[in-house]
Design a protein around this ligand. Structure first.
Ligand SMILES: [Mn+2]
Length: 317
């Protein structure tokens, strides 16, 4: 039986793999190929070797994942709003189902807009859970502050119910469920000016690469946990965007930014969260197997798998 399983899960500890081949939260094709690539790299067998029971949803059907462009015109600046809303709502339902069954949902994106669904699903079961967001970006633009209109840059603002997010079709199902003191970021280094203001005004805790350099990753993870989980007794949702890693480590992703986490820093975060025994949900987002040469793609997919294993019990010794 998986020794890394958190005390919140039922027995036998079970991972529910939710494969979301979805790219509608941003403009580059290919991120929808990530779940299949991660699975083809042997991820399920690797988790079984860590002694988890693994159940697997059929990937969300292609027909479900897009609308005809004429059916999904922009709303304000938001691109593909109806599709993103519909897909995230369904992902939220699946994550909610898994968590209520006492299983650990492992959501394989897809782009990071999906976290609107995954975090909603986790908080429906564990309203006191905290969120650890590993990313180069804060993903906290609102429909009012976004420049690009890409909803993968906005999920956190919807979860918090910030000004501008009370908008159809999202307000038909997204509940403002995340308090600003329940999230912590690690890895940030590319923040829009509107986001910088939001982070400041809401006193949201963020450890950028500057703090990683200054304190080292061990201290940063400890301070991050101290902020959102001071007594180490609350459930943790870990939402991991592989673009937090340096492009030398994870090159095949849609919005790479230089100066990111090293291979070990990236894995250390996962190992430390696992060691808390509090992990209840995991997202692995933004692997895009179509952007780079085959070697870089294989490297990025392999890192997606190894981060997942590290969060779910793999240790170096
Ligand atoms: Mn992201």
């Amino acid at each position: 039986m998986a020794s890394s399983a958190s005390k919140f899960l039922s027995s036998p500890p079970t991972i529910q793999v939710i494969a979301c081949p979805f790219s509608g939260g941003q403009k580059k094709g290919g991120v929808d190929g990530a779940p299949i690539a991660l699975l083809a790299a042997g991820l399920i067998g690797q988790l079984e070797e860590l002694e988890w029971k693994v159940s697997f949803n059929e990937p969300l059907a292609e027909s479900f994942l897009s609308l005809k462009p004429e059916e999904d015109a922009n709303i304000g600046k938001m691109i593909n709003p109806r599709t993103v809303s519909k897909v995230c709502k369904e992902v939220g339902r699946l994550v909610g189902e898994a968590t209520h069954a006492g299983h650990l949902p492992l959501t394989l994106g897809g782009d990071h807009s999906l976290a609107m669904g995954t975090v909603s699903g986790t908080l429906s079961k564990y309203p006191d859970a905290c969120l650890i967001w590993i990313d180069a970006h804060a993903d906290i633009n609102t429909p009012l502050t976004t420049d690009s209109g890409n909803l993968h840059g906005c999920p956190v603002s919807f979860l918090m119910g910030l000004e501008g997010t009370d908008v159809a079709p999202f307000n038909e199902w997204v509940k403002p469920c995340l308090a600003p003191n329940k999230i912590v970021y690690i890895g940030l280094r590319d923040i829009d000016s509107g986001e910088r203001k939001i982070l400041k005004e809401n006193k949201i805790k963020a450890f950028s690469m500057h703090e990683v350099d200054k304190y080292g990753i061990g201290k940063v993870v400890e301070m991050a946990l101290d902020h959102v989980n001071p007594n180490r007794d609350l459930p943790i949702h870990l939402s991991y965007d592989v673009d937090a890693l340096d492009p030398a480590v994870a090159p095949s992703t849609g919005t790479p930014v230089r100066g990111g986490l090293t291979f070990r820093e990236g894995h250390y975060i996962c190992e430390s969260v696992c060691e808390t025994g509090l992990l209840v949900a995991l997202d692995i987002m933004e692997v895009n197997p179509s952007l780079e040469d085959p070697i870089s793609v294989a490297q990025t997919v392999a890192v997606g798998c190894s981060l997942t294993r590290a969060a779910l019990g793999e240790t170096l010794l």
